[in-house]
Design a protein around this ligand. Structure first.
Ligand code: HMG
Ligand code: MG
Length: 287
C-alpha cells in the first residue's frame, strides 16, 4: 500500500502568525472539524511565552474544549519545562520540541544558542517520556535561514541525530521560510539519511515560494512518508521573516491522491475545514 500520512499543523503553525487574536470558539470549531477528516495526529497547541506568541496563549483552553476523536493524538509544542507542565495539565497527547539547524534562527526563535536549546529540550523530552507521552522533534531552517543564509546539510544531520538521541520518535525537517528547492532538499536529506532512517523523518515545507509540492516530491523519492501541512495554507512563523503560508493540507492531499498515494483523508471534510480557515482570515480583514 502506498500510504502517506499528513500531520495537520494548521491550528498551531497555521494560526500562530495570524495578527487578529482569534476567539477560542473559532479555534475549537476548526480542530473539531479537522478531527473528522481522518488524521492520526493534529498539532493544536503551543505552550510558549504569551509575550512571544500571543495567539497561542489560549492553548490550554483549546485543548480542554475540543471534542477528542478516539485514536487521534493532539500535539502541543513545549519550549521548556514550564511549557511541558502546562501541556501535561491541559491533556496534550504528545509533545513537540523544536530546535534550529542555524544559530541565527535559534536566537531569534528561542533567544538562545542551538546548544543551549538542546540542553533545555533534553529536559522537556525526559519529562514528557516520564509522563508517558511521545515526543516529536522539529529542526528548523534545514535548507535556508533568514539570518544566516544557506544551512550546511551536516548541521541538520547533527541536530536531527541529537533530537533522536533524546528519544524523539520522529524528526520533522522544516523549510521554515519556504525558500528551499528540490536540489537543496535532496542534498539535505541525503546528509540526514546517513544518520537516521527515512521512517523516522517528516517533511515540513512552507510554501512561500510555491515550491513545497516539488520539495515533497523530492522527499518522497528518498523514502519520506510523513508530511506536515496546514489546512487552508494558513500560517507562518513569527520569528522567520518571509515564512508566510504552510503547504495547504487539502492541496497536498489532492496532489498525493492524484499520484496514487493514499492519505486516508476525507476531501469533503478538508474543504469544510479550509472554509473555516478562510473565514478566520476574513475575520482578520474585517477587524
Ligand atoms: P526568554 O525570554 O528567553 O525566556 O524566552 P525567559 O525564561 O526569560 O522567559 C521570559 C518570560 O516568558 C517570563 O515572563 C517567563 O515567565 C515567560 P516574565 O517574567 O517576563 O513575565 N515564559 C513562559 N510563559 C508561558 N509559557 C512558557 C514560558 N516560558 C517562559 N513556556 C522562550 C524563551 C523559549 C520561552 C521564548 O523564546 C519563546 O516562547 N519562544 C517560542 C517562539 C515560538 O513559539 N516560535 C514559533 C514556533 S517554532 C516554528 O513555528 C517552527 C516550526 O513550525 C518548524 C519550521 O517551520 O521550521 C516548528
Ligand atoms: Mg513551521
Amino acid at each position: 500500500m502506498r500510504d502517506v500520512e499528513i500531520f495537520e499543523v494548521g491550528p498551531r503553525d497555521g494560526l500562530q502568525n495570524e495578527p487578529r487574536l482569534i476567539p477560542v470558539a473559532e479555534k475549537v470549531a476548526l480542530v473539531d472539524c479537522l478531527s473528522r477528516a481522518g488524521f492520526r495526529r493534529i498539532e493544536v497547541a503551543s505552550f510558549v511565552s504569551p509575550k512571544w506568541v500571543p495567539q497561542m496563549a489560549s492553548s490550554g483552553e483549546v485543548l480542554r474544549l475540543i471534542r477528542r476523536a478516539p485514536g487521534l493524538r493532539y500535539a502541543a509544542l513545549a519550549p521548556n519545562s514550564r511549557g511541558l507542565e502546562d501541556a501535561l495539565k491541559a491533556g496534550a497527547d504528545e509533545v513537540a520540541i523544536f530546535a534550529s539547524a542555524s544559530e541565527g534562527f535559534s536566537r531569534a526563535n528561542l533567544n538562545c544558542s542551538i546548544e543551549d536549546s538542546l540542553a533545555r529540550f533534553s529536559e522537556v523530552a525526559k519529562g514528557a517520556q516520564a509522563a508517558g507521552l511521545p515526543v516529536r522533534g522539529y529542526v528548523s531552517c534545514v535548507v535556508e535561514c533568514p539570518f544566516d543564509g544557506p544551512t550546511p546539510p551536516q548541521a541538520v544531520a547533527q541536530v536531527a541525530a541529537k533530537l533522536q538521541a533524546m528519544g524523539c520518535y520522529e524528526i520533522s525537517l522544516g523549510d521554515t521560510i519556504g525558500r528551499a528547492t528540490p536540489v537543496g532538499v535532496t542534498a539535505m536529506l541525503q546528509a540526514v539519511l546517513e544518520v537516521l532512517p527515512a521512517q523516522t523523518l517528516a517533511g515540513h515545507f512552507h510554501d512561500t515560494a510555491g515550491r513545497a509540492l516539488e520539495n515533497v516530491e523530492a522527499a518522497l523519492v528518498l523514502g519520506l512518508r510523513v508530511f506536515d501541512a496546514a489546512v487552508g495554507g494558513l500560517g507562518g512563523c513569527p520569528y522567520a521573516p518571509g515564512a508566510a503560508g504552510n503547504l495547504a493540507t487539502e492541496a497536498l492531499a489532492a496532489w498525493l491522491e492524484a499520484r496514487g498515494w493514499h492519505t486516508g483523508l476525507d476531501a469533503a471534510v478538508l474543504a469544510q475545514a479550509a472554509g473555516l480557515a478562510r473565514q478566520m482570515r476574513q475575520g482578520e480583514r474585517d477587524v
